[in-house]
Write a protein that binds this ligand. Structure first.
Ligand code: 0PR
Length: 350
């Protein structure tokens, strides 16, 4: 059989994954045969995980962060809902999330038997009156998104947190994608800006770690304890993660790349990505192509379904939003050159 090679990234426009940074790749290879799920045996990778969590805390404005490196944003979001459910005793638990929430929250609701209440949006962010109407005494968690999947928008996190506290619910922020760009913006999104309890922040997206490396942060260890399960035959006595055996490669790559790039490398990447987003928006403007303004480096534009199909034929990996726009996520591999080539094809094919 021929040796398979993965796709190259030159025409990948809508993915939230990217080429791992060289130090991430190197560390991933070095730690391939380790399992942070068994910290008693694999001590070095367990130490790297603690370093990675501390670094994620630094990025998200939290000293002495509790948390772990998860399989991805999906696991972190499921676990946040699980913490909320386990912590508050109510017969019919619910959580409230805006309509922009990633589909992983629907999985959380399904797996955990917690009702998901979906709040309407205003200009792509959570409508606060809509959220208020859905919150009640059985609400265990309120979700705000810091960098939505489709449009890169940021919910009013401090106000959502206050609403959560009024009913003794936890406040969870999904910064799976946004967490590595928001520190360089004026948005209020992190643990120092609001009374947040838990956060999803994924090194394997804008953090440039190797897959799998998601992140779950909690303000204190007592929140993580809500997830604790006894592990009678391991040297460690309990486990809070959803998965058992886990990827040491993901953990080591996350620790290495955050050490290398936080903060200056990530700031430079944010500035490049945002200027590419602004440049593309301006180019679309001169062509009269409607688009959603990029508050963070994601641009969604109106293209006819036939044009999107024709662009896909040319090899562009571009996926539509629910409303049908073409969406470009300015990941590190999406350069100005990539965008020029893409626009030339848009001009030719539309
Ligand atoms: N929260 C937010 C805000 C997300 O955007 C995503 C993923 C998740 C949670 C879930 O994270 P995991 O996929 O790590 O579990 N958003 C991307 C999306 O659904 C995921 C993605 C990544 C899709 C790479 C395609 C791709 O090539 O669009």
């Amino acid at each position: 059989m021929q040796r398979a090679t993965p796709q190259d990234f030159s025409r990948v426009l809508s993915s939230m994954c990217t080429k791992p940074h060289p130090v991430a790749r190197e560390a991933a290879e070095r730690f391939l045969a380790t399992n942070p799920g068994d910290p008693g045996t694999y001590e070095t990778v367990a130490k790297l995980e603690r370093q990675a969590v501390a670094k994620l805390g630094e990025i998200a404005g939290l000293e002495d962060a509790a948390g772990y490196i998860s399989s991805g944003g999906t696991e972190a979001n499921i676990q946040a809902v699980r913490i909320g459910r386990n912590r508050k005793s109510t017969r019919n638990p619910n959580f409230v999330a805006p309509a922009s929430a990633h589909f992983s929250f629907h999985k959380a609701a399904d797996v955990l038997g917690v009702e998901m209440r979906v709040a309407p949006l205003d200009d792509y962010t959570a409508n606060l009156d809509g959220v208020a109407e859905l919150i009640d005494e059985d609400t265990v968690l309120v979700v705000g998104i810091a960098g939505t999947t489709e449009y890169g928008r940021v919910d009013p996190i401090p106000r959502l947190a206050r609403m959560a506290k009024e009913v003794d619910a936890l406040m969870h922020v999904d910064a799976a994608w946004g967490g590595f760009v928001l520190p360089f913006t004026h948005h209020e999104w992190d643990f120092s800006d609001a009374d947040i309890d838990t956060m999803t922040i994924d090194p394997h997206k804008m953090g440039q770690a190797a897959v799998p490396a998601g992140g779950l942060l909690a303000r204190g260890p007592e929140l993580l304890d809500e997830l604790s399960i006894d592990t009678p035959y391991l040297e460690s006595t309990s486990q809070v993660t959803l998965t058992g055996t886990r990827s040491g490669a993901g953990v080591a790559s996350a620790a290495a790349v955050m050490n290398e790039l936080w903060p200056d490398g990530y700031r430079e990447q944010y500035e490049t990505s945002q200027s590419n987003a602004d440049w593309l928006a301006a180019e679309l403007h001169t062509r009269d192509i409607d688009h959603v303004d990029p508050t963070l480096p994601i641009v969604a534009m109106d293209l006819a379904p036939e044009t999107i199909a024709a662009l896909r034929e040319e090899g562009w990996r571009i996926s539509p939003t629910e409303a049908g726009e073409a969406r470009i996520v300015m990941m590190p591999h999406v350069t100005r050159e990539t965008l020029r080539g893409f626009l030339a094809d848009v001009d030719r094919l539309r």
